[in-house]
Design a protein around this ligand. Structure first.
Ligand code: DGL
Length: 256
């Protein structure tokens, strides 16, 4: 039995790393659709097609639990995937809006994510159901995905964040929620630009969900092994993966 992790690229590592920090060890298969990344600014029907193809690969390769370590893919496809594969346990990712609201009720929050995630019903429903429509501001930060994939760091990132955040009256806000798994790679940059806001992401919640599912399904986990599966050969991606991930991958496979 393997546990699949899926993202358009490097972002899912922020979720995988949380699993590794919590000593959840098993045979992990991390599939990154590096051929088609970024997803968040593309036509959503095209992106859905990519997601379905990639998930089929994980299902055909013995993944019984699949962590959709991507907010964009979760927003677009998790319902369909659960219908298509009723024998697979899917764990989705959604912006940790509830964590922020539970922590502070009187101030506003910024939800930063990809353009697709911000436009989809899933997030709108979450915000409506929590009755916080007037407290949430949505901020697309798609360029951070590109920066992460292209290994851009430092000043360029800070300047981009400053430009995106300068129009906010930050004293009215308590949190910025990182609703894209790529964004925690830049947590320090973000915190530097908005020092008075709490920066939260969903990785702890996802992994606590994963732990529960493993227990409920009665799976015995083997020792730690990480297979990295890419949709395009790219040595730089493998190096970036190994630099960001708390554990080197054991095997790299290329598909398509
Ligand atoms: N890491 C992804 C997310 O959480 C995808 C970003 C992208 O490919 O645009 O949304």
């Amino acid at each position: 039995m393997k546990i699949g992790f899926f993202d358009s690229g490097l972002g899912g590592i922020t979720v995988l790393n949380e699993a590794l920090s919590q000593k959840i060890h098993g045979h992990f298969m991390y599939l990154a659709d590096n051929k088609n990344t970024p997803y968040g600014i593309k036509d959503k029907n095209k992106v859905k097609k990519y997601i379905f193809e990639n998930i089929e690969y994980l299902v055909n390769n013995e993944c019984k639990i699949i962590v959709i370590a991507c907010n964009t893919a979760t927003a677009l496809c998790i319902k369909d995937l659960r219908k298509m594969y009723s024998n697979i346990c899917f764990i989705g990712t959604e912006p940790a809006v509830k964590v922020a609201v539970d922590d502070e009720k009187n101030k506003k929050i910024i939800v930063a994510a990809t353009t697709i995630t911000l436009k989809e019903e899933k997030l709108k429903n979450l915000i409506t159901n929590l009755h916080i429509t007037d407290k949430v501001d949505l901020l697309p930060l798609d360029k951070l995905v590109e920066f992460a994939e292209e290994n851009v760091r430092g000043n360029i990132v800070d300047e981009y964040l400053k430009e995106k955040l300068c129009s906010y009256k930050l004293s009215e806000y308590s949190h910025i929620v990182l609703g894209c798994t790529h964004f925690p790679i830049f947590k320090e940059n973000i915190q530097r630009i908005v020092p008075n806001l709490k920066v939260v992401d969903g990785s702890k919640g996802i992994i606590s969900n994963l732990t529960k599912k493993i227990k409920n399904l009665g799976y015995d986990l083997e020792s730690l092994k990480i297979d990295l599966v890419l949709t395009k050969k790219d040595n730089r991606f493998v190096n970036n993966f190994n630099n960001l991930c708390k554990q080197e991958e054991n095997e790299v496979k290329y598909i398509y």
